[in-house]
Design a protein around this ligand. Structure first.
Ligand SMILES: Cc1ncc(C[n+]2csc(CCOP(=O)(O)OP(=O)(O)O)c2C)c(N)n1
Length: 337
């Protein structure tokens, strides 16, 4: 491997050890492998619907890393596979949820795929209407403030969702009360088929933050260290009474919006082909090699290990029992069952 000056390694400069960065890389690879496996399972008729994290993994793992699992709170959205994993959900948990098995920790098989939630990991359940989770995160942050603890809430959403009315209400309220909340907008340039220029007046989501009275930060969502540094800064501000931060991470959506969509109907062939160049994973792998943390053989071994772990996780998830149809109304009404 390449020799690198320990004092100048860029990950050390943002406070990450070699082990930290390699663990984050493994998490990113795992989220990608889970996603790819689920597309195969969807095509095989085992999973009804997939909505992908592909292209967003680096941003999610980087920004989420500074948060404290079991202490801070997460209000995710449907692409939050890597974020949910950084709070403790496993590959098996994610796939079990998509298969709607009885012991799915998100909902016992009662939610549609992509609707993560895990009480044991402080992860709120995803709601289908886009944007509702942002108000929930502000509520969580207010709860922490009322209790007087230093918990922070983080929430994630797309730039299309950033235009919903409740996002403005949530951010304004959080700004007025300086609540400990981190808003993460993962801007992939599309809300299903609608491109950015038809969604966001002025083109920038981060720029809106000054109107709510807190910092808005633009970050390259393919740059792990920049995302991590933005997360550290936002977390520190929230935890110490400095109020909210809005992070806009610019990412690519490598797939169609979901398995029910075909992006070739609104992205031309040149754009679809060019997406691969924006894939953050090969870029991160190249960085890790530059920083002396990985060589090609080690990378291949790591990817093979991750793939085997995900294949085994999927097999275990498939073997879990299906829910009993007779208790379909459990958790729907307050009947105590
Ligand atoms: C209130 C509401 N309106 C519309 C929809 C349908 N819908 C689901 S995802 C989506 C696009 C959201 O795009 P964006 O927020 O940019 O996130 P991305 O999927 O690109 O990550 C829409 C319109 C919905 N679920 N809820």
């Amino acid at each position: 491997m390449t020799e690198i000056d320990i004092q100048t390694a860029p990950h050390h400069a943002v406070g990450l050890t070699d082990e930290d960065v390699l663990a984050m890389y493994r998490q990113i690879l795992t989220a990608r492998a889970v996603d790819e496996r689920m597309w195969l399972m969807q095509r095989a008729g085992k999973i009804a619907f997939v909505i992908s994290v592909q292209g967003h993994e680096v941003a999610q793992v980087g920004v989420s890393r500074p948060l404290r699992p079991h202490h801070d709170w997460m209000a995710p959205y449907y692409r939050s596979i890597a974020a949910a994993m950084s709070f403790g959900m496993t590959a098996e948990d994610i796939i079990t949820a998509h298969l709607a098995k009885a012991d799915d920790i998100s909902s016992g098989g009662r939610q549609m795929p992509g609707h993560y939630g895990a009480a044991a990991h402080n992860i709120l359940s995803v709601s289908s209407p886009v944007g509702t989770q942002v108000l929930h995160a502000v509520g969580l942050a207010m709860g922490a403030w009322v209790r007087g603890d230093d918990a922070v809430a983080i929430t994630y959403f797309g730039e299309g969702t950033a235009n919903q009315g409740e996002i403005h209400e949530a951010m304004n309220f959080a700004g007025v009360h300086r609540l400990p909340v981190i808003f993460v907008c993962e801007n992939n340039g599309y809300a299903i088929s609608v491109p950015l220029e038809r969604q966001v007046g002025g083109g920038s989501v981060a720029a809106r933050a000054s109107g709510y009275g807190f910092p808005g930060v633009d970050v390259d969502g393919g740059d792990l260290l920049a995302c991590y540094a933005a997360g550290v800064d936002a977390h520190e501000r929230a935890r110490t009474g400095g109020g909210p931060t809005l992070i806009e991470a610019h990412v690519v959506r490598l797939t169609s919006h979901s398995s029910d969509d075909d992006h070739r109907r609104y992205r031309d062939a040149v754009e679809v082909e060019a997406l691969k160049e924006g894939d953050p994973i090969p870029r991160l792998a190249a960085n890790l090699q530059e920083w002396g943390l990985l060589d090609e053989a080690a990378d291949e071994a790591l990817r093979a290990d991750v793939k085997a772990h995900v294949v085994e996780s999927a097999a275990r998830a498939e073997a879990h029992p299906d829910p009993d149809p007779t208790d379909i109304l459990r958790h729907v009404y307050a009947d105590g069952s």
